[in-house]
Ligand binder design. Structure first.
Ligand SMILES: Cc1cc2nc3c(=O)[nH]c(=O)nc-3n(C[C@H](O)[C@H](O)[C@H](O)COP(=O)(O)O)c2cc1C
Length: 297
């Protein structure tokens, strides 16, 4: 069934305060997002595949984790609690596969009962030590373009009072990307994966999905905010062992844009030669002074 999409917001239409129901994000509102196919190992050693929309980045700087929310008693919940690990698989849009995904998301089925509905190929992880072992580590989905291999962070309980869903903080151990998407990660991405979007379970009988239209990009403004912001962003993603302070980046705002990366790399090389892990103003000035000396010599 093809249905209409919304239009532009009209400022003359009144707001209505609607009842806040359980699962408010889908019962009282609209919240489209990606979803993960979570693989875990069941008590018989079989890999269980289950869709979860409520899985999103949690700690993003320093820590690397995501939050997964599952109803109590799901296979996924029990398997994570027993094995301490899971993998989140992300697939590209395929309308026929979505029908199967809805079946995989129907509650109350065992892993064995669901296995016929899995449209994907189960493959072992390429990560050393996380190969599918029929015991703890699950298979991955061979067709996934991206997989997060996770472990349950038991030291960060959110709430486990028996009355709410399970809120799992999952530590991301590995991000696996298919070759093409790994290459595309750089500064000048040429594409985005065609991820299916879900609006969740609505009206008691329907699961809503959407197809991603053609992605597009907008350049960030160059005339707004502190000038060092873009340099700070770029500087701190070149080498994980060398961090730049904001003040150091302020010193570098005079460098013409096309030369910034080369200059940053040069500073990082010098920092590493000297065992410096934080580039501050003094270090930038030292490198500048040395460059001027060698230039004038
Ligand atoms: C697209 C989609 C997204 C879903 N997202 C969630 C979710 O975020 N949390 C949840 O508890 N159930 C979610 N469900 C329902 C679960 O998949 C369902 O509870 C299923 O029984 C879980 O499978 P399991 O018991 O094998 O873990 C979703 C279902 C679908 C089809």
């Amino acid at each position: 069934m093809r249905l209409r999409t919304g239009g532009r917001g009209r400022s003359d239409e009144a707001f209505r305060d609607v009842p806040l129901r359980d699962n408010w994000y889908q019962a009282s509102s609209y919240w489209p997002s990606s979803f993960a196919l979570v693989t875990t190992v069941d008590e018989h050693g079989e890999t269980n595949v289950a869709p979860y929309q409520l899985s999103f980045p949690f700690e993003v700087i320093g820590g690397r984790s995501l939050l997964l929310i599952s109803r109590q008693g799901s296979n996924t919940e029990r398997n994570i609690k027993r094995t301490g690990v899971c993998s989140l698989n992300y697939v590209e849009f395929d309308r026929r596969a979505l029908k199967k995904i809805v079946s995989l998301g129907y509650p109350g089925q065992s892993t064995a009962e669901k296995s016929g509905d899995n449209p994907y190929t189960l493959v072992s992880s390429p990560t050393s030590g996380r190969e599918a072992d029929g015991h703890r580590f699950p298979h991955l989905l061979g067709e996934a373009f991206q997989v997060y291999e996770c472990s349950w962070d038991v030291d960060q309980p959110v709430r486990d009072d028996g009355a709410t869903p399970e809120y799992f903080v999952l530590r991301i151990e590995h991000v696996l990307l298919k070759e093409r998407w790994a290459r595309n990660l750089g500064d000048e991405a040429t594409a985005m994966p065609r991820m299916p979007i879900t609006f969740g379970f609505r009206g008691g009988t329907q699961f809503w999905f959407a197809e991603l239209r053609k992605p597009f990009m907008l350049r960030t403004p160059t005339d707004k905010g502190p000038k060092e912001e873009a340099i700070l962003y770029e500087a701190n993603r070149i080498d994980p062992d060398v961090a730049f302070t904001r003040e150091a980046c302020q010193q570098l705002t005079g460098i013409p844009r096309p030369f910034v990366k080369v200059a940053l790399r040069g500073i990082i090389t010098k920092a590493k030669e000297r065992g410096v892990s934080v580039v501050d103003v003094e270090f930038v000035e030292l490198v500048n002074a040395e460059r001027q000396r060698s230039g004038s010599a």
